[in-house]
Design a binder for this molecule. Sequence first.
Ligand SMILES: Oc1cc(-c2ccc(F)cc2)cc2cncnc12
Ligand SMILES: [Mg+2]
Length: 214
Amino acid sequence: TQSTRPQRILGAVQQNATRGDPRSVVRAIDQYCRSQEWAMNVGDEKGCILDSVVSEVNPSTVLELGTYCGYSTVRIASLLPPHAKLITLEFNPKFAVIARQVIAWAGLEDKIQLVEGSSGDLIPKLKEQFGVKAFDLVFLDHWKDRYLPDTKLIEECGLLRKGGVLLADNVICPGAPEYLEFVRSSPRYESQYFKSHLEYTKVEDGLEKSVFLG
Ligand SMILES: Oc1cc(-c2ccc(F)cc2)cc2cncnc12
Ligand SMILES: [Mg+2]
């Protein structure tokens, strides 16, 4: 029976990455998606920008919206300090089952909690169910029309600490115009655009970093 793209990505990890070596997992996925078939990982070019923001924020708690195969999940978690935690939300169970295996291969199960469900349903439950106080960093990489409503939900639930950072993928391609307009015009955010390219292509895309001023 026909395999799926996420299954083939997992296969590339199991064949080419070293168990317990997160950076080799990231490298294996990038090599596969650059040479064999495109996939919607944040990729190595935008991934370097992601790395620099993660290193600068040095977060204790991270929220990722949109796990897919776990590429950015592993990339972020590999840079976190020892007791830091990352919660990642994934709506698609087929993606979640692959991401769990990619995360396990990287040996990052202790740092990462993957929760299946819709961000709109799960965000209001994060405090009570997962004992989260507030996030230092939120990586938005899910459905683009959820960026703005979920940001408002995160604010309403008091889940973003003062000085906390929102980092949004794909603000140009596929694009999140309402989100961009909001964070760039709101007095409660200090926003900065990092111009880059859509993963594995020459098409323009970028990341928007927005610091929450409280
Ligand atoms: O990084 C991404 C890229 C694309 C995408 C798909 C098709 C296309 F033509 C261009 C871009 C879709 C995404 C959905 N969720 C999260 N990240 C994504
Ligand atoms: Mg993306």
